[in-house]
Structure formats: C-alpha cells, structure tokens
Write a protein that binds this ligand. Structure first.
Ligand code: SAH
Length: 226
C-alpha cells in the first residue's frame, strides 16, 4: 500500500470499533497462554497491540492466525507465539531499555513498548524502517525510536541495554551486541543458517561472564549485512 493511503487507512481503523478485539483475545488464549506463556505483562501487551494494523490490508483478516505473515521485501512478521515467547524470555520490566534488531513491521517493538521504558529498534531495509516508523507514530508509540541501519553493530549511542531481541537468524551472535548488553542483561537471538536448523538462544551476562543457552528450534528470515 502506498504510504499516504496507509496513513489514512490506519487513522480510520483507529476510530472505527475494533472488530479484531475478539480475535486478538482468542489468539492470546489459544496460542499464547495455552502454550505456556504466563508473564502477565506479555499477555496484556499482546491483548492490546492491534497486530492487524502491522500488516497490509490483504493480510489483516489473517493477522491473528497461528503463523508468520508477509510484510513486503521478502520479510515476515513472526508468528504470534514466537513474539510472546521471545518477549517473555528477556523478562521485560517497566524500567528496562531494550534494543531490537529487525524492526520489520514494528509489531515486536510495539509489544515491548507496552511493557518497558524505551525501545530502540534497527532495520536494515529502508522501505520497511520508514513504514514502521510512520506506523508506530500514528499508533502513538512515543517510547520507540526506529533507525535504518545494519543492526550487527548495535546502537552504541544508547548502550548498554537491559535486554536485546534479534528477530533475524544470524550465523553467530554478533560481538558488538554482546558488548552492548548490560551486566545482568538478557539477549534472545535465533542462531543458525537459513538452510539449516536454527535455535533461539538466550545470552546472559553475569559478573562479566557470558552464558549461552539453547531454547527452541525455529525458522527465521536471515540476518543480512550491508
Ligand atoms: N520484528 C519484526 C519481524 C521482522 S523479520 C516484526 O515484528 O515485524 C526480520 C527483520 O530483520 C526484517 O525486516 C529484516 O530486514 C531485518 N534484518 C535482517 N538483517 C538485519 C540487520 N543486519 N540489521 C537490521 N535489520 C535486519
């Protein structure tokens, strides 16, 4: 959709009665809660964020289904369960400052922004970054800052971060991201090549030591480089 049309559509959608509320609550009950996500903050946030406004009009009716969806430029918005799982895994707190790599549609950033103090998010594809920035502004997310750049290097200006979420699969955990993680910080990242099994991995830092724990086999779009 062209950006101008998109803006009009989004504003219009905000004012009409949200016909998707029921579907969203059902998604949280059957896909998120039923599969073991129990962090109340995560459940409340996913009950609130209008996922259908993060995809093109043609996919809106499918926005609460149990699957990823295309967001253009060969990229996808993750399956709702994976968003819930990753958000819970970093134990988000109201005082946290979080870095996300792979803004995509902006949905994961919005789910985080409902919980934490500030979200910084980086997107490598300019078209997606620009659209997500407009969308998040229209939806009123003032605690999210979007920038178009290669997330491999993190965002040193605002580091260190309480938590980092990477939503594209990297061959290995980028060293600059480990450096930008605070002491006691948590990072979740899919690791593995696009042709092979990928695993969601939790990286933690305690007393300067870095620990890596495999959590779950997954399938993500690849982490690319400029
Ligand atoms: N979190 C997104 C899902 C995005 S899919 C959402 O909620 O919609 C993964 C995104 O990571 C894609 O948009 C892709 O362009 C982006 N990406 C891949 N490699 C990247 C990199 N090196 N730096 C920043 N973004 C990257």
């Amino acid at each position: 959709m062209c950006p101008v049309l998109f803006i009009f559509y989004s504003i219009f959608s905000l004012f009409i009665q949200d016909e998707y509320t029921g579907l969203r609550h059902q998604m949280v009950e059957t896909q998120i809660k039923a599969r073991g996500i129990s962090d109340q903050k995560v459940l409340e946030s996913m009950n609130k964020v209008p996922r259908h406004l993060f995809v093109d009009a043609q996919y809106q009716s499918a926005a609460y289904q149990d699957r990823p969806l295309p967001i253009g430029e060969n990229q996808t918005i993750s399956q709702p369960y994976i968003v819930g799982y990753m958000t819970e895994a970093i134990h988000p707190d109201s005082e946290d400052v979080v870095l996300e790599i792979g803004t995509g549609s902006g949905y994961q950033a919005a789910v985080l922004a409902e919980i934490v103090k500030k979200v910084y998010t980086l997107e490598i594809i300019p078209e997606l970054g620009v659209l997500a920035k407009e969308r998040l502004k229209i939806l009123g997310y003032e605690n999210i800052q979007v920038k178009v750049s290669d997330g491999y290097y993190g965002w040193s200006e605002f580091a260190p971060f309480d938590a980092i979420i990477v939503t594209a699969a990297a061959e290995e955990v980028p060293e600059p991201l480990i450096e930008q993680l605070k002491e006691d910080g948590r990072m979740i990242i899919p690791v593995g090549s696009s042709f092979d099994v990928q695993n969601l991995v939790l990286v933690t830092k305690k007393n300067g030591a870095v620990k890596i724990k495999k959590l779950l086999p997954v399938r993500f779009v690849p982490f690319t480089r400029d």
